[in-house]
Design a protein. Structure first.
Ligand SMILES: Cc1cc2nc3c(=O)[nH]c(=O)nc-3n(C[C@H](O)[C@H](O)[C@H](O)COP(=O)(O)OP(=O)(O)OC[C@H]3O[C@@H](n4cnc5c(N)ncnc54)[C@H](O)[C@@H]3O)c2cc1C
Ligand code: SF4
Lengths: 161, 579
């Protein structure tokens, strides 16, 4: 089984993500913001040890504390089996789905559209450690700070922001 | 060597499940000098098992890990569950995730946002006080609020509950809350003010989150990733505080990735002798199997939660002489009322998810009594209404859908930063036909039958929800909402199939599947939590609830578990008095 996307598949995925979650003057499109990198990191998660599935904690380092999101967490032996099977399935879906996309990106099943849309949303608005949300462009567009630990918010910011 | 090891057992007690119930028992038994082994089928992301039992630092403000990638388990590929509304749906309607509470060291306590309310006096005497309802099993509990009050007080101290005594409907207390309440969320101040204008009585929610440093854990810093997330700074006390205290005695051994599958008994099946479990900490053998290990103990405690505990008993064909194991399954029937506001409320990104509650719809008023009468019901009871926020941006984006509208919709954030949500956790009447049983065809990764939920609400829940929803919509409109909408979980009506929360109940409050009573003919455990059929086995989770009340189950199940453990060790708390 081929893991990860070919350059051609990557370009198709970026185009498809940009169509499903487009950008405008103020917001980036999901594909342009690292959507394909997000999917590729998931499809190749087991090329890394620990696998790139669950980012570490407790802090990103962006708001104080030692940066530790890159310290990916270990999976249990049975969780490894489940995730290997899930990722194999995802690889198959991406290869089949992207290879059969027509030039207008119209040849797409409902199931594949749902999968790509879900990953586009995860990529654009999830933590950048997972490969998407390039330079936090997804968060900046919606005025969202993302993680806030360990500084958090003061009582004043919660009660009278 | 553990204490119990001297007389042919591995420990005095084996506890199955490390959620709030199992942790409470581990704490109480070890304080009394007993040795315990605690088996947890999920991973340990919570705390080091070596002194000083420091946090592992795995929790973070990470929406992907917690909401999209089964970080706290159970992984539905390994442990599928099934759901149907009735036998008319066939063997099952859904397979996969069905009201999955986490399977991880600490159970559901780890990622709950922890509103830890007590039940009230009437909740223990519903049948005597209000009488029966046709088609439902309305029972009195075999204990009273006064019996449980000292254990409520102990549970609040153990977990660390922050709250204040301003709820006019609350039951009496023997002492103050251990901590004052934390910061009010902006949106909750607004919805509370509107609720007061409508004649309701909102109050600051009692919450298992530190408002000040408590037992060496810091105060909450309002990070906004509360419901569905582990706390990165350990400001939540449930159940880590109890587990750490149990470990500190040196008499508690915790074994994560240990899936208890078999209860061993004496030949006559009068006593449990121990447990066999699958060791999930090692890779499967060439046949794809996990090694089986065996432990022996004088006592067994089942605390796998109200879904897994009956599943374990049914698989083992134990404890079920009444035929009630798995039956009387109750959730809370959720009425979800949302309002969209012009201004940003910040609720989805700052604060503890929910900071205020009101209880008015539990007892109801003239209008609710009229609604009951019009529907041919003797009474209706709602539940607490949580004043809270919505979700993170990934989940908002999924709700907003694909297309050209997406970027502007996300910037406007009508479904997140401008949304305010009332969730009523409505009392769900006990019905014998609502149940957890074993799915006839679906199996887990180890070949064991999956648990199956069969559930339909009673007319009571629908009438109550229909009565309360417009009141809550009115409150949100008065607070300034530009539009409001109401729905329920589980969804009902023609459009149920399109509910974003799915067809199965989404409440995560599960109760009643091994109910407690005076009579072994119609209950599973006795008033002290012991199985009638195997008296050296106690159940320490919300399976034992005879009714669901309209409050979150967790503080009550911790109080009951503590009581059961203290009675077992001959160490009960003295009766308490109102202050
Ligand atoms: C997002 C969220 C918010 C919540 N908020 C609230 C709230 O505000 N108030 C409230 O009262 N409640 C709340 N709850 C519910 C609360 O989490 C549960 O009531 C509580 O966790 C139940 O505790 P328990 O010990 O009975 O079971 P659980 O917490 O479910 O723990 C059981 C543990 O046992 C383990 N286990 C099961 N079977 C086996 C086996 N065979 N072998 C080994 N281990 C096993 C499981 O893996 C699990 O870790 C919330 C839940 C969620 C998900
Ligand atoms: S809001 Fe408070 S209690 Fe909740 S996770 Fe953040 S710091 Fe912890």
């Amino acid at each position: 089984m081929q893991t990860g996307l070919t350059p051609t598949q990557t370009l198709s995925l970026i185009a498809l993500m940009n169509k499903l979650v487009p950008g405008d003057d103020l917001s980036p499109a999901a594909g342009d913001s690292g959507g394909a990198e997000y999917v590729n990191m998931l499809l190749t998660a087991f090329d890394y040890d620990p696998p790139h599935i669950w980012a570490g904690g407790p802090f990103s380092g962006r708001h104080g504390g030692a940066a530790s999101f890159e310290n990916w967490l270990e999976l249990g032996p049975w969780e490894i089996l489940a995730w290997k099977s899930r990722i194999e399935d995802l690889n198959n879906q991406y290869h089949a789905g992207l290879d059969s996309l027509g030039p207008e990106l119209a040849e797409i099943s409902d199931e594949f559209r749902e999968l790509v849309f879900t990953h586009a949303c995860e990529a654009l608005y999830g933590d950048p450690v997972y490969g998407g949300n390039r330079e936090m462009s997804g968060w900046l567009a919606i005025d969202y700070r993302g993680d806030s630990q360990p500084s958090g918010y003061s009582d004043q910011e919660v009660s009278a922001p | 060597m553990m204490h119990g090891a001297v007389d042919g057992v591995d420990a005095d007690a084996i506890i199955i499940g490390s959620g709030p119930g199992g942790a409470a028992v581990a704490h109480a038994l070890t304080q009394a000098g007993w040795s315990v082994i605690l088996l947890e089928k999920g991973q340990n992301h919570l705390l080091s098992l070596q002194a000083p039992f420091a946090p592992l630092g795995h929790f973070s403000n990470d929406e992907i890990k917690f909401t999209q990638r089964h970080f706290l388990g159970p992984d539905p590929l390994l442990e599928p569950r099934t759901f149907r509304r009735s036998s008319e749906d066939g063997d099952h309607l859904l397979t996969g995730e069905v009201n999955n509470l986490p399977s991880t060291l600490g159970g559901g306590g780890v990622h709950a946002d922890g509103k830890l309310s007590r039940f009230r006096e009437i909740d223990f005497q519903l049948r005597s006080e209000l009488g029966p309802v046709e088609g439902a099993d309305i029972a009195d509990w075999p204990l009273s609020y006064a019996d449980l009050e000292p254990y409520y007080a102990e549970a609040e101290k153990l977990v660390g509950v922050a709250g204040e005594e301003t709820n006019p409907f609350a039951a009496w207390r023997s002492g103050p809350f251990p901590m004052p309440p934390g910061a009010d969320m902006f949106g909750a101040q607004m919805s509370s003010a509107a609720a007061e204008r409508a004649g309701l009585h909102p109050y600051r929610a009692p919450t298992g989150v530190n408002s000040v440093e408590y037992q060496g854990r810091p105060a909450c810093n309002n990070c906004g990733f509360c419901a569905f997330y582990g706390c990165p700074i350990e400001a939540k006390g449930d159940p880590v505080s109890m587990l750490r205290a149990a470990l500190a005695t040196g008499r508690c051994q915790i074994i994560p990735l240990a899936y208890a599958t078999e209860i061993t008994t004496d030949p006559a099946k009068n006593r449990a002798t121990g447990v066999r479990y699958l060791d999930l900490s090692v890779a499967p053998n060439t046949q794809g199997e996990a090694p089986v290990r065996e432990l022996r103990a004088h006592h067994l405690v089942l605390a796998g939660g109200a879904f897994e505990t009956p599943r374990l008993l049914l698989r083992n064909e134990l404890g079920n002489s009444s035929g009630r194991v798995g039956r009387h399954l109750m959730f809370h029937f959720q009425t979800l009322v949302v309002g969209a506001f012009r201004e940003r409320l910040w609720g989805a990104s700052r604060g503890r998810s929910v900071t205020h509650l009101h209880d008015d719809h539990i007892d109801g008023d003239q209008a609710s009594r009229a609604a009951a009468q019009a529907a041919g019901l003797p009474w209706i009871r709602g539940g607490i209404v949580e004043h809270g926020s919505s979700t993170g941006p990934v989940n908002e984006a999924l709700l907003q859908g694909a297309g050209a509208h997406h970027p502007l919709a996300m910037r406007n954030s009508e479904l997140r930063e401008r949304l305010w949500v009332f969730t009523m956790q409505g009392e769900d009447l006990s019905q014998q036909t609502n149940r957890v049983d074993l799915d006839p065809t679906v199996r887990d990764a180890w070949g064991l039958p999956a648990g199956r939920v069969t559930y339909q609400p009673h007319q009571h829940e629908l009438v109550t929800s229909n009565h309360v929803a417009p009141i809550l919509e009115g409150v949100l409109r008065d607070a300034g909402a530009v539009w409001t909408a109401a729905s329920t979980s589980p969804p009902v009506g023609d459009h149920a199939g399109t509910s974003p929360l799915g067809l199965a109940p989404a409440t995560y409050h599960i109760m009643g599947t091994a109910k407690m009573g005076f009579d072994p003919l119609n209950s599973v455990v006795d008033p002290t939590g012991r199985l009638w059929d195997l008296p050296n086995v106690i159940i320490a989770d919300s399976s034992v609830f005879p009714t669901s009340a309209g409050y979150g189950p967790t503080l009550t199940l911790v109080a009951l578990a503590t009581r059961a453990a203290r009675l077992l060790t001959g160490n009960p708390l003295a009766q308490s008095q109102p202050t």
